[in-house]
Write a protein that binds this ligand. Sequence first.
Ligand SMILES: Nc1ncnc2c1ncn2[C@@H]1O[C@H](COP(=O)(O)OP(=O)(O)OP(=O)(O)O)[C@@H](O)[C@H]1O
Ligand SMILES: [Mg+2]
Length: 157
Amino acid sequence: MIALPTRRATVRLAHTLARELQPGDLIVLTGGLGAGKTFLVRALLRALGVPAEIAVPSPTFTLMNEYGRDTGARVPIVHADLYRLLGGDLDEELSELGLRARRGEGWALIVEWGEDAYRALGGDGVRLSIDTHPRVAKVVGEGPRGLALASALSDEK
Ligand SMILES: Nc1ncnc2c1ncn2[C@@H]1O[C@H](COP(=O)(O)OP(=O)(O)OP(=O)(O)O)[C@@H](O)[C@H]1O
Ligand SMILES: [Mg+2]
């Protein structure tokens, strides 16, 4: 459990994540509307080296936004938000988006509302869920890389 009582605490978690993240990592983010998923990813991208001049909008409408090494990111990131796909034919939509293929090319996938896509995206990742009232994050890893990443994140606190 990682307490996130303030935005600063969430930024700290983003910094830890930025230090530990490797190419090809998978993180699915869960938590209700306004829990702070996009806030965390924005802070992560800044911590990875993406400068403030490059906007980090929510991918709600675009479904995914990319931050390649050309943006300054130490690890190239695909930031996705599958909220609009929930309830549809997720597998087909996912293959159209090409998220898993990106992962194979070394992009790390950070996926809001991604729980249902976890398997299809290849597993071996981390589920990071954010609760509110009070705001706390829970990190659960699965598979060799997922477990390693989750323990590195949890060791911080
Ligand atoms: N401790 C905190 N950590 C993160 N965000 C916080 C915190 N306290 C307040 N906030 C605010 O909560 C809001 C979180 O919004 P954000 O867009 O990140 O949510 P989200 O989980 O991505 O929602 P959605 O499911 O709609 O995409 C932001 O306005 C942020 O400033
Ligand atoms: Mg969001």
